[in-house]
Ligand binder design. Structure first.
Ligand code: SF4
Ligand code: ZN
Length: 303
C-alpha cells in the first residue's frame, strides 16, 4: 500500500463536531423573579427586562423565560468566555492595569481579599508575582470576578474587572463584550445602550466613576479587532434604574402594572418610541406569551 493510501486510511471516521452537536442541548423553563425565592435581577439583562411581564408571570406563576442552549449557542458562549479569560489573565495583567482578586492555581489561596470594610481600591491588587503561601510559592494565578448586589433593589452581577490607568481618575471598571462582525460595526459608534445600563449598575454598586468597554470582534484579526470606549458615571441614569427596579419589585408585591415597562425605550418598526404600553403597541407583544393579559393600558392586575 502506498503512503498516500495509508494516510487516507488513517483519517478518523468519528467526528468531534457531530459529538458536540448532539451533546449540548438544554431547554429549561426558568421561573419568574419571585420575592420568596430571594431572586435578583441580573444586571446584564436589565436593558430588555419587561416589568409588566415579570409582574404578570409572577402573579400567575408562568415560566416565560427559558434557559435554551443548543450546541451553537453553547459554542458562542464558550468562545466569549475564552476571550474574557484571555483579557483577564493574559493581556491586561501584562499591561499592569488590571486589579482584582487572584486565585493561586497551585494551592487555591486567594490574594487581594479585604481585611475589614475597606474600599475596593485599598484591597484589590495587580496579579501577584508569587503565591503568599510559603509552602507553595507558585507564580500561576487565575483572575476571580467579584459579585456585587444591592439587597434593597435586588439587583446584582459580576463586573469583568477593575482598572487603574494613567489619565483616568481613581479606580474604573472593565466590561468586555465579544461580538460578531455586525455588532462590531455597531460598536464603533459607541457602547450599546444595554451595556451602558449594565455598567451603571456596576458603577452604582461598586462606587467607581468610569467604565472602560472592550468590544472584541470575533471575526476580526489582531489589534484592529478591539474597539474601546470609556463611559463616565451619570447619576441620572442610576436614578432611572432605581426607579425602574422599584416599580418592578413593588409591582410584584402589589400587582400594580407600571406604564413604563422597559427601562430602555424599545423601538417599534416605525422607530417610534413607546410611550404608553398596551399589547397592541408593544414591539415585543408578538413574542410575549402574556400580551393578552397585559393589554389595554391596565395599571392593576386582578387575579
Ligand atoms: S406585551 Fe409588551 S409590555 Fe406587555 S408584558 Fe408583553 S412585553 Fe411587556
Ligand atoms: Zn499557592
Amino acid at each position: 500500500m502506498s503512503l498516500g493510501d495509508l494516510v487516507k486510511k488513517a483519517v478518523p471516521t468519528t467526528s468531534i463536531k457531530s459529538m458536540i452537536s448532539k451533546k449540548f442541548i438544554e431547554d429549561r423553563p426558568l421561573p419568574p423573579l419571585r420575592l420568596e425565592d430571594d431572586a435578583y435581577v441580573r444586571s446584564s439583562g436589565l436593558g430588555y427586562l419587561c416589568a409588566r411581564e415579570e409582574i404578570i408571570c409572577n402573579a400567575l406563576n408562568i415560566d416565560h423565560r427559558r434557559n435554551k442552549f443548543t450546541s451553537d449557542s453553547m459554542l458562542t458562549l464558550v468562545h466569549g468566555t475564552a476571550l474574557h479569560w484571555a483579557i483577564q489573565n493574559k493581556i491586561l495583567p501584562e499591561l499592569n492595569i488590571l486589579l482584582g482578586q487572584w486565585s493561586c492555581l497551585e494551592c487555591g489561596l486567594k490574594h487581594g481579599l479585604p481585611t475589614g470594610t475597606q474600599a475596593l481600591e485599598d484591597f484589590l491588587i495587580k496579579r501577584p508575582a508569587k503565591c503568599n503561601n510559603t509552602k507553595c510559592n507558585s507564580t500561576e494565578f487565575q483572575y476571580c470576578e467579584l459579585h456585587f448586589k444591592d439587597p434593597d433593589y435586588r439587583i446584582g452581577g459580576h463586573p469583568d474587572g477593575f482598572l487603574k490607568m494613567d489619565g483616568l481618575e481613581g479606580l474604573g471598571l472593565l466590561e468586555v463584550k465579544s461580538v460578531n462582525q455586525e455588532n462590531a460595526i455597531k460598536a464603533l459608534a459607541g457602547p450599546f445602550e444595554e451595556h451602558i445600563i449594565q455598567a451603571h449598575v456596576y458603577m452604582w454598586l461598586t462606587r467607581v466613576n468610569w467604565t472602560k468597554f472592550i468590544y472584541w470582534d470575533k471575526a476580526g484579526r489582531g489589534v484592529s479587532s478591539i474597539i474601546e470606549h470609556t463611559v463616565n458615571k451619570d447619576q441620572k441614569i442610576i436614578d432611572e434604574i432605581k426607579l425602574f427596579l422599584k416599580s418592578l419589585w413593588d409591582g410584584i408585591e402589589t400587582k400594580q402594572l407600571p406604564t413604563k415597562p422597559f427601562l430602555l425605550d424599545q423601538k417599534n418598526e416605525n422607530k417610534a418610541k413607546i410611550k404608553v404600553i398596551d399589547a397592541s403597541n408593544c414591539p415585543k407583544a408578538k413574542k410575549c406569551i402574556v400580551s393578552d393579559i397585559c393589554g389595554k393600558n391596565k395599571t392593576f392586575l386582578e387575579v
